[in-house]
Ligand binder design. Structure first.
Ligand SMILES: NC(=O)C1=CN([C@@H]2O[C@H](COP(=O)(O)OP(=O)(O)OC[C@H]3O[C@@H](n4cnc5c(N)ncnc54)[C@H](O)[C@@H]3O)[C@@H](O)[C@H]2O)C=CC1
Ligand SMILES: O=C(O)C(=O)COP(=O)(O)O
Length: 470
C-alpha cells in the first residue's frame, strides 16, 4: 500500500541518517542519583561501588505510555533497549513507582511530569513527548535534574489544520445537529442560519506551525484570514496580521485558537472576549483546554452571541478511552455543554491520524535514541542544543564526555584541566539559561583513566550530570 510504503521509507531514511549501530559504553551520575544505583552504567556519586564497564543498550529501560506509535517501539527494540508499553496514561502513584526505575519515558499530552513526579526519577536521562505540546512536563525542573526533553514540533500540525477546516464547515452548516437528528429518526431539512464559508473571515489566534497551515487551507476555500500573534510573523498567502486580539475578535466570523498553554493564554477567550465578537460568530479550540473559559462560552452561547463551537481539548481529560469517561463529573459544566445545539466535541484527536502518529513515533524515538547513545541534544526543548558527529567506535581508546552543569564562569577551565592529559579531538559547549552542556571526545584514554576522569569531574561543584560514553 502506498501509505505504508511511504512510512517504511521514512523510517529507513531516518535510520540511515542516524546510523544507529552499536552503542558506546557509558558511565553516568547526577546529584539526584540514588546512593547505590542498580544499573551498570550508573555509579554512585559518593561511593563508586560498581566497576566502570562499557554500557550496553540492553541495560536501558524505556517506559512508553499513552499508546505511543509502534514506529517508536520498533526503533527502541532494534536498539536492544528494554521497552515497556502501556496503552493509557498511569495513575500518579503507579507512575511514580515505574519512573523510579527507567532511563527514558515516552508520553503524549496526558501524562503530567511534575517536579513532584520527576524527583522520584532517579535514573531518568530523557523524556520523549510524542506530541507537540510540552506543557505537561516541568521543563525547568527536568533541566535542573539533567533530564533532556524532546518533542515533535510539527509532525501533527497538518492533521490539526485539516480537522479545523472540517469543523469550520461543520459549524457553518450545523452538520453535527443534522446528523444527530437523523440518527434518531428526525428529518430536518433547513437552510436558516446555514452558511457557505466562502467570503467569511477566519480569525486565527497563534500563527505558528498549525495556525499558518490552516491559513493556507482556509484561503483555498475562499475565506479571508486574519491572525493575531504576540510576535510579528510574515503572512502566508494574503492573510493579514492584526495588532490586537480585540481587532481580530471584532472582525472575524470564525475564531480559532492555536497557542500553547501558558500563564498568558489561560482563559484567553472568556466573557469579555466573547462579548467583543460579532453576533453569531463561531469559536474553535484545538489547542489546550485552559485557553477557552468553557463556562463563559456556555453563557455566551445561551445568550445567542455565539452560534456554534468546536472543542477538541478540555481542562480535565479522561486518562483512557471508554463509555462514561467524559460525562462522569470530570468537568462541572459537561451536562450544560452537551445540551447546547451546534457544539462539536471531539476527544483530543487533533493530532490523531495514522500519518501524524507514525512520523511522530519515528522523529521522537530517533531523537531519544541519539541522546541516549551519543549525547546529541539537537531538538531538545529544555536543554542547550549540542551535537558532535557520531563517536568513532573503531578508534581505540576514545571516550565521549557528556557534562551537564550549572551555567557559571570557570567551568570550561576546570573541565579542560581535568581532560588535559588526553588529546581533545572535538569539543562543543552551549548554554540555555541556567543550564549548560559540554560534549568532548578525547583520545588515548585507558580504563583507569576513565575512572579517574569520572571521579574528578564528579568532584566539580557545578556538575548536574555526567556520562562517559566509550
Ligand atoms: N488538539 C491537538 O491534538 C493538538 C494540539 N496542539 C496544541 O496546539 C498548540 C499550537 O501548536 P503549534 O502551532 O505547533 O505551536 P507553535 O509554537 O508553532 O505556534 C504557537 C504560536 O502561538 C503564539 N502565541 C504564544 N502565546 C500567544 C499569545 N498569548 N497570544 C497570541 N499568540 C501567542 C506563538 O508566538 C506562536 O506563533 C500547541 O502548543 C499544542 O498545545 C498541537 C498539536 C495537536
Ligand atoms: O501534539 C499535541 O500537543 C497534542 O495535543 C496531541 O496530543 P496527543 O498526542 O494526541 O495526546
Amino acid at each position: 500500500m502506498a501509505f505504508g510504503q511511504q512510512i517504511n521509507n521514512l523510517q529507513d531514511s531516518f535510520e540511515a541518517a542516524l546510523n544507529l549501530s552499536s552503542s558506546p559504553g557509558a558511565v553516568s551520575t547526577s546529584p539526584t542519583q540514588s546512593f547505590m544505583n542498580t544499573l551498570p552504567h550508573r555509579i554512585s556519586t559518593a561511593k563508586q561501588q560498581k566497576a566502570l564497564k562499557p554500557f550496553s543498550t540492553g541495560d536501558i529501560k524505556i517506559l512508553l505510555l499513552e499508546n505511543v506509535n509502534e514506529t517508536a517501539i520498533e526503533i527502541f527494540t532494534k536498539q536492544g533497549y528494554q521497552v515497556e508499553f502501556q496503552k493509557s496514561s498511569l495513575p500518579e502513584a503507579e507512575l511514580i513507582e515505574k519512573i523510579k526505575d527507567v532511563h527514558a519515558i515516552g508520553i503524549r499530552s496526558k501524562t503530567k511530569l511534575t517536579a513532584e513526579i520527576l524527583k522520584h526519577a532517579k535514573n531518568l536521562v530523557v523524556v520523549g513527548c510524542f506530541c507537540i505540546g510540552t506543557n505537561q512536563v516541568d521543563l525547568d525542573f527536568a533541566a535542573k535534574q539533567g533530564i533532556a526533553v524532546f518533542n515533535s514540533p510539527f509532525s501533527n500540525s497538518r492533521s490539526v489544520a485539516e480537522l479545523v477546516i472540517a469543523e469550520i464547515i461543520t459549524l457553518a452548516r450545523q452538520l453535527g445537529d443534522r446528523s444527530i437528528e437523523l440518527h434518531t429518526g428526525t428529518w430536518n431539512k433547513v437552510s436558516a442560519k446555514c452558511w457557505e464559508v466562502r467570503g467569511k473571515t477566519l480569525g486565527i489566534i497563534g500563527y505558528g506551525h498549525i495556525g499558518s497551515q490552516l491559513s493556507v487551507l482556509a484561503e483555498a476555500l475562499g475565506m479571508n484570514v486574519l491572525y493575531y500573534d504576540i510576535v510579528t510573523i510574515m503572512s502566508l498567502g494574503t492573510a493579514k496580521q492584526v495588532s490586537t486580539l480585540n481587532e481580530l475578535l471584532n472582525k472575524s466570523d470564525f475564531i480559532t485558537c492555536h497557542v500553547p498553554a501558558t500563564a498568558e493564554t489561560k482563559n484567553l477567550l472568556s466573557g469579555p472576549q466573547f462579548a467583543a465578537m460579532k453576533d453569531g460568530s463561531y469559536v474553535i479550540n484545538a489547542s489546550r483546554g485552559t485557553v477557552v473559559d468553557i463556562p463563559a462560552l456556555i453563557q455566551a452561547m445561551k445568550a445567542g452571541k455565539i452560534a456554534g463551537a468546536a472543542l477538541d481539548v478540555y481542562p480535565n481529560e479522561p486518562a483512557k478511552n471508554g463509555a462514561g469517561a467524559f460525562a462522569d463529573g470530570l468537568n462541572s459544566w459537561t451536562t450544560d455543554l452537551v445540551s447546547l445545539p451546534n457544539v462539536i466535541l471531539t476527544p483530543h484527536i487533533g493530532g490523531s491520524t495514522e500519518e501524524a502518529q507514525s512520523s511522530i513515533g519515528i522523529e521522537v524515538a530517533t531523537a531519544v535514541t541519539k541522546y541516549i547513545n551519543e549525547g546529541n541534544t539537537v531538538g531538545a526543548v529544555n536543554f542547550p542544543e549540542v551535537s558532535l558527529r557520531a563517536l568513532d567506535l573503531d578508534q581505540d581508546n576514545t571516550v565521549r564526555v557528556l557534562y551537564i552543569h550549572h551555567n557559571v564562569p570557570g567551568v570550561l577551565k576546570t573541565v579542560n584541566n581535568i581532560l588535559s592529559n588526553h588529546n581533545i579531538e572535538k569539543q562543543y559547549s552551549d548554554s540555555n539559561g541556567d543550564i549548560a552542556y559540554l560534549m568532548a571526545d578525547i583520545s588515548n584514554v585507558n580504563q583507569s583513566d576513565i575512572k579517574q576522569i569520572y571521579d574528578e569531574l564528579n568532584e566539580t561543584d557545578y556538575k548536574i550530570s555526567i556520562r562517559l560514553l566509550y
